[in-house]
Ligand binder design. Structure first.
Ligand SMILES: C[S@@+](CC[C@H](N)C(=O)[O-])C[C@H]1O[C@@H](n2cnc3c(N)ncnc32)[C@H](O)[C@@H]1O
Length: 265
């Protein structure tokens, strides 16, 4: 693995307040979380017991979408808001298709860097960087990213369950910057929380994020679709995560997140 951001080991992980990466880790059955994270995550479960299932379905969307674009020939991936490692990470899915597929993981939470390094210690095609979806100009210029990703070749950029942590303006700016920087034939893979599938419980569920630094912004299907302006939206467009190109049975379906994929022509 490439060595990046070595100094960040000293960064304060702020374990006294909940963080999105660790709340999500708890729902996925991970062990990299602290009492304030667990308290926030349990609040969500008390509002709607299917929220951990929604997190698992989001990971299943990641697998389906990465497989789809890898089989279409994509060999380089930038996963922004990557989260803590969890089975079925992007490099594991992509390298099942081609062992030389390259992945840059990016997150603004330093705990992701710490844990990501351990997971990727024997993987030369993958790196983990601290970076922010609100500052993609800085990210695209990073030498560590440019060592693995050739921006003149198509790339898949993942924004899974991350844009709901930023404002409308920041979300639109992010997808616009990505579109500007990537080569034709590139893909944008996106998932996003919504209130539309659970209108009566969403406001209470959203309180899960009240003590995090960012809070959460639930968006409509129309608003999520608008994030694909300029991209060719793949079938079936933006739909609830489990309904986006499902494999097998669609009986277990949550309605907490939308998913979509777009291609730059
Ligand atoms: C809910 S997790 C999603 C993880 C993974 N993308 C997935 O869908 O399975 C959201 C991640 O986004 C990260 N995040 C939140 N705001 C961010 C920002 N402004 N820039 C980069 N990452 C951010 C959090 O630290 C967290 O790891």
């Amino acid at each position: 693995m490439q060595q990046s951001d070595q100094g960040s080991d000293l960064t304060d992980l702020q374990t006294s307040r909940p963080h999105p990466a660790r709340i999500y880790d708890y729902w996925l059955g991970g062990k990299d979380n602290f009492p304030p994270d667990r308290e926030a995550a349990e609040h969500a479960i008390s509002v709607s017991a299917d929220i951990p299932a929604a997190a698992r379905e989001n990971r299943a969307f990641l697998r389906r979408a990465v497989q789809l674009v890898a089989r279409a020939g994509i060999r380089q991936f930038i996963d922004i808001g990557a989260g803590l490692p969890s089975p079925g990470n992007v490099h594991q899915v992509a390298q099942d298709v081609d062992p030389l597929a390259r992945v840059v993981y990016v997150d603004n939470d330093p705990i992701v860097l710490t844990h990501g390094r351990a997971l990727l210690s024997d993987n030369r095609t993958t790196t983990v960087l601290t970076g922010d979806v609100r500052d993609l100009d800085e990210l695209f210029e990073r030498p560590e990213l440019r060592e693995l990703v050739d921006l003149d070749e198509p790339v898949a950029v993942l924004l899974l369950a991350v844009l709901h942590f930023v404002t409308d303006e920041q979300a639109h700016e992010a997808v616009r910057r990505i579109h500007e920087r990537v080569a034709p034939g590139s893909y944008l893979l996106l998932s996003h929380s919504t209130h539309e599938g659970n209108p009566e419980r969403a406001a209470e569920a959203a309180k899960t994020w009240d003590k995090t630094a960012s809070g959460i912004r639930l968006r409509t299907r129309e608003q999520v679709t608008a994030l694909f302006d300029g991209w060719e939206l793949l079938e079936p467009g933006v739909d609830f995560v489990p309904l986006w190109r499902p494999e097998g049975s669609t009986e277990a379906t949550t309605r907490w997140m939308y998913a979509g994929a777009g291609r730059k022509n």
